[in-house]
Design a protein around this ligand. Structure first.
Ligand SMILES: [Zn+2]
Length: 94
């Protein structure tokens, strides 16, 4: 049995940027998984990244938004934050 717990492949230390030596380190108040970098000895909560959503999901969200649904509502319907929706729309309008 391995003593090293597998961690999510998207976990990188915000300080040194390493993927190695990252370990799970409890949860924060809102219940999100926290991690610790054993190189820097810092604890952090990985940020959910908007670009992890697929192109399809983003397109659908943007379409819904332009059909007259508020950004907040689009977020609720699709289970992501409204700031994601606004970011995608901003990017798209560039
Ligand atoms: Zn680090």
């Amino acid at each position: 049995m391995s003593r090293v717990a597998k961690i999510d492949e998207n976990i990188y230390c915000p300080n040194c940027g390493k993927h190695e030596h990252q370990v799970k380190h409890g949860k924060n108040k809102s219940g999100s998984q926290k991690y610790r970098c054993n190189d820097c000895n810092i604890d952090y909560t990985p940020e959910p990244r908007p670009w992890q959503y697929s192109e399809e999901v983003r397109e659908q969200a943007i379409k819904t938004y332009y059909s007259g649904v508020s950004g907040r509502r689009v977020g609720i319907l699709n289970n992501f934050s409204k700031s994601n929706v606004y970011n995608w729309i901003k990017k798209r309008n560039k």
